[in-house]
Design a protein around this ligand. Structure first.
Ligand code: APR
Length: 170
Protein backbone atom coordinates (compact mmCIF):
# COMPACT_ATOMS: atom_id res chain seq x y z
CA UNK A 1 0.00 0.00 0.00
CA UNK A 2 1.47 3.37 -0.94
CA UNK A 3 0.50 6.89 0.15
CA UNK A 4 1.79 9.50 -2.24
CA UNK A 5 1.36 13.12 -3.25
CA UNK A 6 1.67 14.46 -6.75
CA UNK A 7 0.87 17.62 -8.64
CA UNK A 8 -1.73 16.99 -11.36
CA UNK A 9 -5.15 17.78 -12.72
CA UNK A 10 -7.18 15.04 -11.01
CA UNK A 11 -9.36 14.59 -14.11
CA UNK A 12 -6.34 13.16 -15.97
CA UNK A 13 -5.49 10.40 -13.49
CA UNK A 14 -5.84 6.76 -14.51
CA UNK A 15 -6.99 5.48 -11.11
CA UNK A 16 -10.00 3.43 -10.04
CA UNK A 17 -11.64 6.38 -8.29
CA UNK A 18 -11.12 10.10 -8.06
CA UNK A 19 -12.76 11.96 -5.20
CA UNK A 20 -14.76 15.09 -5.97
CA UNK A 21 -14.85 18.01 -3.53
CA UNK A 22 -18.55 18.52 -4.09
CA UNK A 23 -21.31 20.50 -2.44
CA UNK A 24 -24.35 19.00 -0.74
CA UNK A 25 -26.52 19.23 -3.87
CA UNK A 26 -24.01 17.06 -5.80
CA UNK A 27 -25.11 18.99 -8.88
CA UNK A 28 -21.72 20.46 -9.81
CA UNK A 29 -20.04 23.75 -9.16
CA UNK A 30 -16.71 25.44 -9.74
CA UNK A 31 -13.20 24.34 -8.75
CA UNK A 32 -12.40 20.67 -8.96
CA UNK A 33 -16.16 19.88 -9.01
CA UNK A 34 -16.52 21.89 -12.20
CA UNK A 35 -13.43 20.33 -13.75
CA UNK A 36 -14.64 16.80 -13.01
CA UNK A 37 -18.10 17.45 -14.45
CA UNK A 38 -16.63 19.05 -17.58
CA UNK A 39 -14.27 16.13 -18.14
CA UNK A 40 -16.81 13.42 -17.31
CA UNK A 41 -19.50 14.88 -19.54
CA UNK A 42 -23.24 15.46 -19.00
CA UNK A 43 -23.92 11.85 -18.00
CA UNK A 44 -22.22 12.59 -14.67
CA UNK A 45 -24.74 15.27 -13.79
CA UNK A 46 -27.59 12.95 -14.74
CA UNK A 47 -26.14 10.25 -12.47
CA UNK A 48 -25.68 12.78 -9.65
CA UNK A 49 -29.28 13.90 -9.91
CA UNK A 50 -30.29 10.36 -8.99
CA UNK A 51 -28.18 10.48 -5.80
CA UNK A 52 -30.43 12.99 -4.05
CA UNK A 53 -27.62 15.09 -2.59
CA UNK A 54 -25.29 14.28 0.30
CA UNK A 55 -24.59 15.55 3.80
CA UNK A 56 -21.25 17.17 4.59
CA UNK A 57 -18.79 14.33 5.27
CA UNK A 58 -20.89 11.74 3.45
CA UNK A 59 -19.61 10.01 0.28
CA UNK A 60 -21.57 8.76 -2.73
CA UNK A 61 -20.27 7.06 -5.89
CA UNK A 62 -21.01 7.30 -9.61
CA UNK A 63 -19.30 5.96 -12.74
CA UNK A 64 -16.55 8.16 -14.20
CA UNK A 65 -18.08 8.24 -17.70
CA UNK A 66 -15.62 10.06 -20.00
CA UNK A 67 -12.98 10.34 -17.26
CA UNK A 68 -10.03 7.92 -17.26
CA UNK A 69 -11.09 7.02 -13.68
CA UNK A 70 -13.67 4.25 -13.38
CA UNK A 71 -15.54 5.97 -10.57
CA UNK A 72 -16.09 9.40 -9.03
CA UNK A 73 -16.67 9.51 -5.29
CA UNK A 74 -18.51 12.70 -4.39
CA UNK A 75 -18.06 14.10 -0.90
CA UNK A 76 -19.11 17.55 0.34
CA UNK A 77 -16.38 18.96 2.57
CA UNK A 78 -17.04 21.37 5.44
CA UNK A 79 -17.02 25.12 4.94
CA UNK A 80 -14.30 26.62 7.17
CA UNK A 81 -15.94 28.75 9.87
CA UNK A 82 -12.96 29.35 12.13
CA UNK A 83 -12.35 25.80 13.35
CA UNK A 84 -14.72 25.58 16.30
CA UNK A 85 -17.69 24.14 14.41
CA UNK A 86 -16.56 20.54 13.99
CA UNK A 87 -14.83 21.23 10.70
CA UNK A 88 -11.91 18.86 11.38
CA UNK A 89 -14.23 15.96 12.23
CA UNK A 90 -16.35 16.61 9.14
CA UNK A 91 -13.28 16.75 6.90
CA UNK A 92 -11.99 13.53 8.47
CA UNK A 93 -15.36 11.94 7.68
CA UNK A 94 -14.96 12.93 4.00
CA UNK A 95 -11.70 10.95 3.81
CA UNK A 96 -12.87 8.01 5.92
CA UNK A 97 -16.20 7.60 4.12
CA UNK A 98 -14.66 8.06 0.67
CA UNK A 99 -12.00 5.41 1.40
CA UNK A 100 -14.59 3.00 2.81
CA UNK A 101 -16.79 3.47 -0.26
CA UNK A 102 -13.81 2.99 -2.57
CA UNK A 103 -12.91 -0.32 -0.89
CA UNK A 104 -16.55 -1.42 -0.93
CA UNK A 105 -16.65 -0.67 -4.68
CA UNK A 106 -13.57 -2.81 -5.32
CA UNK A 107 -11.19 0.08 -5.99
CA UNK A 108 -7.43 -0.46 -5.54
CA UNK A 109 -6.28 3.08 -6.40
CA UNK A 110 -7.91 6.31 -5.21
CA UNK A 111 -6.96 9.98 -5.72
CA UNK A 112 -8.09 12.86 -3.51
CA UNK A 113 -8.05 16.59 -4.22
CA UNK A 114 -7.34 18.93 -1.29
CA UNK A 115 -10.94 18.89 -0.11
CA UNK A 116 -12.40 22.14 1.33
CA UNK A 117 -9.18 24.16 0.86
CA UNK A 118 -10.45 26.19 -2.10
CA UNK A 119 -13.85 27.89 -2.10
CA UNK A 120 -14.60 26.42 1.33
CA UNK A 121 -11.62 28.19 2.86
CA UNK A 122 -10.15 25.43 5.01
CA UNK A 123 -6.51 26.24 5.88
CA UNK A 124 -4.45 23.96 3.61
CA UNK A 125 -1.88 22.77 6.18
CA UNK A 126 -4.53 21.85 8.75
CA UNK A 127 -6.58 20.11 6.06
CA UNK A 128 -3.57 18.14 4.81
CA UNK A 129 -2.84 17.01 8.37
CA UNK A 130 -6.41 15.73 8.74
CA UNK A 131 -6.21 14.00 5.34
CA UNK A 132 -2.90 12.25 6.06
CA UNK A 133 -3.86 11.22 9.59
CA UNK A 134 -7.29 9.91 8.61
CA UNK A 135 -5.97 8.02 5.59
CA UNK A 136 -3.18 6.42 7.62
CA UNK A 137 -5.68 5.37 10.29
CA UNK A 138 -7.99 3.88 7.67
CA UNK A 139 -5.17 1.91 6.04
CA UNK A 140 -4.10 0.52 9.43
CA UNK A 141 -7.53 -1.10 9.61
CA UNK A 142 -6.31 -3.58 7.01
CA UNK A 143 -8.05 -2.04 4.02
CA UNK A 144 -7.23 -3.53 0.62
CA UNK A 145 -6.05 -0.42 -1.20
CA UNK A 146 -2.87 -0.39 -3.27
CA UNK A 147 -2.41 3.36 -3.79
CA UNK A 148 -3.85 6.49 -2.25
CA UNK A 149 -2.83 9.65 -4.07
CA UNK A 150 -3.12 13.17 -2.72
CA UNK A 151 -3.56 15.04 -5.98
CA UNK A 152 -2.37 18.60 -5.46
CA UNK A 153 -3.14 21.44 -7.82
CA UNK A 154 -0.34 23.71 -6.65
CA UNK A 155 3.31 23.37 -5.66
CA UNK A 156 2.44 24.78 -2.25
CA UNK A 157 -0.07 22.00 -1.56
CA UNK A 158 2.35 19.40 -2.87
CA UNK A 159 5.05 20.65 -0.52
CA UNK A 160 2.61 20.38 2.42
CA UNK A 161 1.81 16.74 1.64
CA UNK A 162 5.42 15.80 0.89
CA UNK A 163 6.45 17.16 4.28
CA UNK A 164 3.55 15.44 6.08
CA UNK A 165 4.10 12.08 4.37
CA UNK A 166 7.76 12.24 5.34
CA UNK A 167 6.80 12.52 9.04
CA UNK A 168 6.55 9.10 10.73
CA UNK A 169 2.88 8.41 11.43
CA UNK A 170 1.77 12.03 11.01
N1 APR B 1 -7.48 18.83 -10.09
C1 APR B 1 -7.06 18.73 -8.79
N2 APR B 1 -7.33 19.67 -7.87
C2 APR B 1 -8.03 20.76 -8.27
C3 APR B 1 -8.50 20.92 -9.59
C4 APR B 1 -8.19 19.90 -10.52
N3 APR B 1 -8.57 19.95 -11.80
N4 APR B 1 -9.17 22.11 -9.67
C5 APR B 1 -9.11 22.66 -8.44
N5 APR B 1 -8.43 21.86 -7.59
C6 APR B 1 -8.11 22.05 -6.17
C7 APR B 1 -8.12 23.46 -5.66
O1 APR B 1 -6.92 24.13 -6.04
C8 APR B 1 -8.17 23.18 -4.17
O2 APR B 1 -6.87 22.87 -3.70
O3 APR B 1 -9.11 21.40 -5.41
C9 APR B 1 -9.03 21.90 -4.07
C10 APR B 1 -10.45 22.13 -3.56
O4 APR B 1 -10.91 23.39 -3.99
P1 APR B 1 -12.43 23.59 -4.53
O5 APR B 1 -12.55 22.90 -5.83
O6 APR B 1 -12.71 25.06 -4.47
O7 APR B 1 -13.32 22.78 -3.48
P2 APR B 1 -13.77 23.17 -2.00
O8 APR B 1 -12.86 24.14 -1.36
O9 APR B 1 -13.99 21.83 -1.35
O10 APR B 1 -15.18 23.90 -2.24
C11 APR B 1 -16.25 23.12 -2.71
O11 APR B 1 -16.68 24.60 -4.50
O12 APR B 1 -16.67 24.01 -6.69
C12 APR B 1 -17.48 24.23 -5.62
O13 APR B 1 -19.33 22.75 -5.99
C13 APR B 1 -18.18 22.97 -5.19
O14 APR B 1 -19.61 24.19 -3.72
C14 APR B 1 -18.49 23.31 -3.77
C15 APR B 1 -17.25 24.06 -3.32
Amino acid sequence: MSLEALRADITTLFVDAIVNAANTTLLGGGGVDGAIHRAAGPALLAACRALGGAMTGEAKITPGFRLPARFVIHTPGPVWRGGAHGEADLLAACYRNSLALAVKSGCRTVAFPCISTGVYGYPPEAAARVAARETRAFLKSGATLERVIFCCFSDEDLALYDALLAEPGA
